[in-house]
Design a protein around this ligand. Structure first.
Ligand SMILES: Nc1nc2c(ncn2[C@@H]2O[C@H](COP(=O)(O)OP(=O)(O)OP(=O)(O)O)[C@@H](O)[C@H]2O)c(=O)[nH]1
Length: 217
């Protein structure tokens, strides 16, 4: 079935292993909790068309492995991403402490202007919480990130996280801060995406193709 859209945004989901990145993506795409989620090997991929501020936007989302041994592979997918969900687990201080490293990677490898929303996932497990809302919101403020606590299990704030990020990118396009025609902006009009396809540089690829072809956005 063909789908039309005004813009295509490349998104990343990044953060330490086991924080719930794959489950967040699954909840956003399928509207249900992914039971028995295994560690991601390299990257996985999903997409969904959403309506944001009167525009139709296709989100092309790359779910990256959090395990250190895949870091060199996942890094090759960062280039040109327009938005990212940076995920930690509210019941694991270790995953919170790793945020600075993930943030540095995103800003150096994707773009310094990448729009990032910090997601404190597993907020259904409040009794096991190791990171307070206040502490994480301060971190977000200091690092110019948006912030939400989410639950891939209950679906709490999952839709909001992706849409908030998309809305901010759209605002940047409308204010002229982000140019969708610039190569590497992570944003394309549908027409530009089709042109890239005609030139043999797909705007969208399946994860088994070489990493370079994902990087033309
Ligand atoms: N209670 C609860 N458990 C969750 C939530 N999200 C994920 N989980 C569980 O956390 C574990 C890890 O979830 P994944 O989505 O595979 O984590 P990941 O971040 O993709 O992990 P890597 O692929 O290794 O980077 C699984 O056992 C999930 O069932 C949530 O919101 N609440």
């Amino acid at each position: 079935m063909s789908e039309t859209y005004d813009f295509l945004f490349k998104f990343l989901v990044i953060g330490s292993a086991g924080t719930g990145k794959s489950c967040l993506l699954h909840q956003f795409i399928e509207s249900k909790f992914k039971q028995d989620s295994n560690h991601t090997i390299g990257v996985e991929f999903g997409s969904r068309v959403v309506n944001v501020g009167g525009k139709t936007v296709k989100l092309q989302i790359w779910d990256t492995a959090g395990q250190e041994r895949f870091r060199s592979v996942t890094r090759s997918y960062y280039r040109g991403a327009a938005g990212a969900l940076l995920v930690y687990d509210i019941t694991s201080r270790e995953t919170y402490n790793a945020l600075t490293n993930w943030l540095t990677d995103a800003r150096t490898l994707a773009s310094p202007n990448i729009v990032i929303i910090l997601c404190g996932n597993k907020n259904d497990l409040d009794a096991d919480r190791e990171v307070t809302f206040l502490e994480a919101s301060r971190f977000a403020q200091e690092n110019e990130l948006m912030f939400l606590e989410t639950s891939a299990l209950t679906g709490d704030n999952v839709e909001e996280a992706f849409l908030k990020c998309a809305r901010t990118i759209l605002n940047k396009i409308e204010s002229g801060e982000l140019d969708p025609e610039r190569m590497g902006s992570g944003v394309h009009t549908e027409q530009a995406a089709l042109q890239l396809l005609e030139q043999g540089r797909p705007h969208q690829k399946s994860p088994d193709l070489p990493a370079e072809s994902a990087c033309d956005l």
